[in-house]
Design a protein around this ligand. Sequence first.
Ligand code: KIV
Length: 258
Amino acid sequence: MNSKIKRILKKKNKSQILCLTAYSKNFAEEVDKYADITLVGDSLGSVLYNYETTKKVTLTNMIDHARSVRIGVKKSLLTVDMPYNTYRSNSAALKNAKKILKETKCDAVKLEGGKKIISQVQCLIKNKIPVMGHLGLLPQTAKGKFRSKGKTEKEKKKLINDALMLQKNGVFAIVLECIKTSTAKQITNALKIPTIGIGSSKFCDGQVLVTDDLLGLNNTKIRFVKKFVDLKKFIRLGIKKFSLEVKSKRYPSKIHSY
Ligand code: KIV
């Protein structure tokens, strides 16, 4: 087993696992200093390209961004989302996952779903491709308004069964997105592998957020997003200073000239 995955598994019930998204080298370099897992999420579709859903994200999009991120990641586990429609069958999943791994040199891939995609998960793991699961709100197939999951007894049972099935088939961790606190807690306690929560309470084994959201680069109104810093303010300040100095001819000065 990959030594980075071993280290992540050992953290269960000991210390919180950190996962953050990165879509390019410069962000990856900073994320990698803290994160156990750097995720090239297909959330890049909405964050960078303004797509309404992640359905429009292509394999080429994911590979191009992951290649940039790979340059900045030195120590964390680099995981890449398999985009919508790229794992409909076992053969498609294997072909596309192999392509992602070969072209980006990432460590693992992430797929959304439980029982429905278990055959694809089995196929990848049989071929020694590490897989991260994703349950709860599944942005690739969600219809209509986003709402939290695991509120009814039926939904809760299904989520627990899906999680156990993913674990049995060898995924190394599962992202739990927008799952009711008590259900997320129950899933986490039922598993030996870690759960990484996003909008799923503090009872998960770790947390993931879209880095652009926590830095205040997105105008996200989602309940679980906390803006830890207003990076836009600093970007604006830098650009304003540049603009003022260029207009007043203070920049470029002698030391910036040949
Ligand atoms: O696409 C993504 O960034 C994700 C995380 C938010 C879990 O799947």
